[in-house]
Design a protein around this ligand. Structure first.
Ligand SMILES: Cc1cc2nc3c(=O)[nH]c(=O)nc-3n(C[C@H](O)[C@H](O)[C@H](O)COP(=O)(O)OP(=O)(O)OC[C@H]3O[C@@H](n4cnc5c(N)ncnc54)[C@H](O)[C@@H]3O)c2cc1C
Length: 396
């Protein structure tokens, strides 16, 4: 067992932290206010190799391990507290990795290099207006027609709809297959028959969330990801990866909140002494730090498991990965939210202002409590299934 980062990992972590401090922090308020990540920020990320970083080098990525990607996600969550850059980063890392693993050679050569250069966006479209948790009952259909698939249906609350239209790119899209089961298809947003709609969110404003409507959308078979009819398993594999990076971004944001709070309670005085001397506040800091530290190592272990076991390998490994990922996705967003909330309260009235900036994290992290990348109860269902067996699933 080795808990220390390797020299290479520590140097990379330091480089991404510098990028977060010098590039993301100065831009985060504008990212939130203007509703997009500036092109120069994306260019800087591409130069550092941060875009879709687990994608193998032959497709333009850096072939990074899940552990290295996890470390980067922590730093990006710490750098842009609104979480918008973290979302952009982790979607491309998770779903870029999945496409590189299960896509056709032609699709990988066509789609991944521009994503890694920041010239196209890649995301995921599973949720529909009728719901996102119960994916087995989704309604979008994919009918095979010769060497094409014809898509009909509607997706909702999808991240990056505007980015994929503006930059190019698209979403890995889950649909009911005419072959039985589900197909997982890369659908470029600029395809004829695809319409987008932007939703007005309360946070992480720098990346759009919206709807996608498919009317007679023809997708070539080279865009099929995984085997025909086996798309559900493929999507679930991608969620394991993306949820690990979501959790890492939340941990980075939690650490940022605690750093901000720790500096403040050393200086701010009440009743003749620094706030940090009052145990009511000092012990809150200690308890929160302890929980963040625990979930951070839980998250790094989840990433290590992703690197160590091929996801589709031995079922006992599959179960170990599911337990690790679901438990970290269950704990990281709530503890990050709690850190931000508590630190806001240490700041008193100032915590409620935009000047202090804690509200950016408050609004951004909330997206992971309401459901992005799977609701907390869905994590509990996965954990219950693994701990008790499939016969204890709360539905048929
Ligand atoms: C900012 C943001 C960005 C998003 N980006 C994407 C994206 O890029 N692509 C995409 O496909 N989706 C995206 N989503 C959607 C996300 O995946 C869904 O919100 C999530 O899957 C939950 O689906 P739902 O919102 O339809 O809630 P529902 O499925 O309607 O569930 C509502 C609530 O009930 C709970 N619940 C559901 N079933 C059970 C059960 N059996 N037992 C107990 N509780 C249950 C859920 O946990 C949730 O709290 C995004 C969401 C947000 C907020």
């Amino acid at each position: 067992m080795e808990f220390r980062l390797s020299d290479e990992e520590a140097a990379f972590q330091a480089a991404v932290r510098r990028f977060g401090d010098r590039v993301l922090r100065p831009h985060e308020r504008a990212i939130d206010a203007e509703g997009r990540i500036p092109d120069e920020v994306l260019r800087a990320m591409a130069e550092l190799g941060l875009l879709a970083m687990p994608v193998p080098t032959e497709y333009g990525g850096m072939g990074a391990s899940a552990v290295l990607t996890e470390l980067a996600a922590e730093e990006i969550g710490r750098g842009d507290f609104s979480m918008a850059t973290a979302v952009f980063f982790l979607l491309e890392a998770g779903w870029g990795y999945l496409l590189s693993k299960h896509g056709t050679e032609e699709a990988k050569r066509e789609v991944l290099p521009p994503v890694c250069r920041g010239e196209a966006f890649l995301g995921i479209a599973t949720t529909e207006p009728t719901g996102g948790s119960d994916l087995a009952n989704l309604r979008t259909t994919a009918r095979r027609d010769g060497a094409e698939f014809v898509l009909h249906g509607e997706k909702a609350f999808v991240s990056g709809v505007e980015e994929a239209k503006r930059l190019g790119g698209g979403h890995l899209t889950l649909a009911k297959s005419s072959a039985g089961g589900f197909d997982f298809l890369y659908v470029p947003t600029r395809t004829s028959g695809v319409a987008t709609q932007r939703f007005e969110n309360m946070g992480r404003m720098g990346i759009s969330t919206g709807g996608l409507t498919y009317s007679d959308v023809r997708v070539p078979e080279r865009y099929l990801v995984g085997a025909e009819g086996k798309g559900f398993e493929c999507a679930m594999e991608g969620f394991s990866v993306a949820r690990t990076f979501v959790s890492a971004a939340c941990i980075g944001a939690a650490e940022r909140a605690l750093e901000t709070g720790r500096a403040y309670i050393r200086e701010r005085r009440a009743f003749g002494q620094p706030l940090g001397k009052f145990e009511a506040i000092q012990f809150e800091l200690v308890d929160l730090w302890t929980q963040v530290e625990a979930v951070k190592w839980q998250c790094r272990r989840a990433a290590w498991l992703l690197d160590t076991y091929p996801l589709k390998g031995d079922p006992s490994h599959r179960s170990e990965v599911d337990l690790a990922v679901a438990s970290v996705k269950l704990t990281a967003p709530p503890i990050a939210f709690e850190c931000v909330k508590r630190v806001m309260m240490w700041f008193g009235a100032a915590g409620y202002t935009k000047d202090v900036g804690l509200e950016l994290g408050f609004r951004g992290i909330m997206s992971y409590l309401v459901g992005a990348e799977g609701g907390l109860n869905i994590m509990r269902i996965i954990l219950g299934r693994e701990l008790l067996g499939k016969e204890f699933l709360p539905y048929k």
